[in-house]
Design a protein around this ligand. Structure first.
Ligand code: E4P
Length: 224
């Protein structure tokens, strides 16, 4: 399963990218606004920093506007994937962009039916928002299970990108289902790395190693 970082924060992107565990990036207008800098400059820098796919979202909501914005965004680099919302105009834009070989990530997907339509239109990725569904009392992961099954049944090439991830259990569940990609905020990735038993175990090993320095030389010679 591929791991994408769901952030526009360059510091986090560089940090986890250096560990070789980041396959791509997803951004959205809210994440870019949070960074407080020039969004165009940030997008450009992210695209140059990461080799894998980087999702950049259109702001236009009308077909023509989406298409011209998508063409402009795709010029940032070969690894750009244009994020388009799941609306009627968005589906039309996905069809057009796929005919121009511009890859798309259909965002704001909340049902398996919407995911199916995105795949039919020619989306490269479809992004069901799991956490936001959980927030309103639905089981977000059910949409992932259904979508993965539907795409398998009909051989769609569209990848299921699990979005709006809130905690590491979402990642395990998505991987068990066989989702292609999970995008997560940096704090979720940090939680995946750390385990209290790893830290306790490491502290103990290092403390025991320190004790070897206290063993008198004579005793060491005897034990040989
Ligand atoms: C996906 O691509 C979105 O950027 C993101 O996962 C939305 O997550 P949120 O619900 O935490 O805002």
């Amino acid at each position: 399963m591929k791991i994408f970082l769901d952030t526009a924060n360059l510091e986090s992107i560089r940090k986890y990218n250096a560990m070789g565990i980041v396959d791509g990036i997803t951004t959205n207008p809210s994440l870019l606004a949070k960074e407080g800098g020039d969004p165009e400059a940030i997008m450009g820098e992210i695209v140059r920093t990461v080799r894998g796919p980087v999702s950049l979202e259109v702001i236009n909501t009308e077909f023509e506007g989406m298409i011209s914005e998508a063409r402009r965004l795709s010029k940032f680099g070969k690894n750009v994937v244009v994020k388009v919302p799941l609306t009627s105009e968005g589906l039309r834009a996905v069809k057009q962009l796929s005919s121009e070989e511009i890859r798309t990530n259909v965002t704001l997907v909340f049902s398996a039916n919407q995911a199916l339509l995105a795949a039919k239109a020619g989306a490269s990725y479809v992004s069901p928002f799991i956490g936001r569904l959980d927030d309103i009392g639905h089981v977000g992961m059910d949409v992932i299970r259904d979508t993965v099954q539907i795409f398998k049944n009909y051989g769609y090439k569209t990848e299921v990108l699990v979005a709006s991830v809130r905690h590491p259990l979402h990642v395990v569940d998505a991987a068990k289902i066989g989702a292609h990609v999970v995008t997560m905020p940096p704090d979720v990735l940090a939680k995946m790395i750390s385990h209290p038993l790893t830290n306790i175990g490491l502290d103990r090993f290092l403390a025991d190693w320190e004790k070897t320095k206290e063993i008198p030389k004579a005793k060491l010679a005897l034990s040989k």
